[in-house]
Design a protein around this ligand. Structure first.
Ligand SMILES: NC(=O)c1ccc[n+]([C@@H]2O[C@H](COP(=O)([O-])OP(=O)(O)OC[C@H]3O[C@@H](n4cnc5c(N)ncnc54)[C@H](OP(=O)(O)O)[C@@H]3O)[C@@H](O)[C@H]2O)c1
Length: 241
């Protein structure tokens, strides 16, 4: 789908990949709806982006997610594209996983995106088309120590996306999953850590690939919208992992 004049909801638009995506899509003529908890950041960003609209949203709260979709429909009369990007990392060895933290991460990384999908699908069906982009992670393709909780949630995002894509084929709604690689954002700073030592990380693996910028991943998200491909990887080598 082309993005010009389309109404696009972007969750987690106050920082990193979401913010870069909002800027890129707006530059390409989309009308962007900026969602996250930090209202000041969203309002500052909105001043830069023509025809953008802000809805303060906590993606762990079902009523706030419903409000996001409802306010978007009231303001623009439609929703063409949903980008489920809000998320947080969690580093902990399995034996140290906090039940409470895992439950709250489940709500943010998996249930929130699912509720947002549930809310936009009927509108997209009425409109006769739509595009949903779910942000997973390269960790969904790998077995990295301390990332079991986060990786399992991001794997579940893949299952949700691929299945929904099959379900919605006849309704002309494409569901794509995008797998970012390590990306230079506040993600690492915001990652919750239980039972892992804070240390100055040094990578000596000669095959280690340098991190990406948020702007690079925003281009991959745009590619997913334009092509409707079910899976888009930050780098081709990730698909064979
Ligand atoms: N950076 C990486 O290396 C990397 C790699 C693979 C996948 N990813 C995925 O990419 C996505 C974006 O992450 P990022 O790298 O841009 O990280 P980031 O800079 O930490 O941004 C995270 C965004 O999520 C929002 N958010 C967090 N909790 C929220 C909540 N309860 N309700 C609504 N919004 C919430 C934050 O906004 P507020 O705090 O204002 O709510 C912020 O806008 C995430 O799904 C992440 O898992 C990142």
């Amino acid at each position: 789908m082309e993005v010009k004049d389309k109404v696009v909801i972007i969750t987690g638009a106050s920082s990193g990949i979401g913010e870069a995506t909002a800027k890129l899509l707006s530059k390409n003529g989309a009308r962007v709806v900026l969602a996250a908890r930090n209202l000041k950041k969203l309002e500052d960003l909105s001043k830069e982006l023509k025809e953008s609209f802000v809805v303060k949203t906590d993606m762990t709260k079902e009523e706030e997610i419903k409000n996001l979709i409802q306010k978007t429909e009231e303001h623009f009369g439609r929703v063409d594209i949903l980008i489920n990007n809000a998320g947080q990392g969690y580093d902990a060895p399995v034996e140290k996983i906090s039940t409470q933290t895992f439950k709250s991460l489940f709500e943010l990384d998996l249930l929130g995106p699912t509720i947002a999908m549930k809310e936009v699908i009927p509108l997209m069906k009425k409109q006769g088309r739509g595009s949903i982009i779910n942000i997973s992670s390269g960790t969904a393709l790998m077995a990295l120590p301390n990332m079991s909780a986060y990786s399992s949630l991001k794997r579940a995002v893949v299952g949700m996306s691929l299945t929904a894509n099959e379900e919605l084929k006849e309704d002309n709604i494409k569901v794509s999953v995008v797998y970012p690689y390590i990306t230079l954002t506040d993600f690492e700073k915001n990652t919750i850590k239980d039972g892992v030592r804070e240390e100055n990380w040094e990578n000596n693996d000669p095959d280690f690939q340098p991190p990406d910028t948020a702007e690079y991943i925003a281009e991959k998200i745009l590619e997913a919208i334009k092509t409707g491909r079910p899976e888009v990887f930050a780098h081709n080598w990730m698909s064979s992992h």
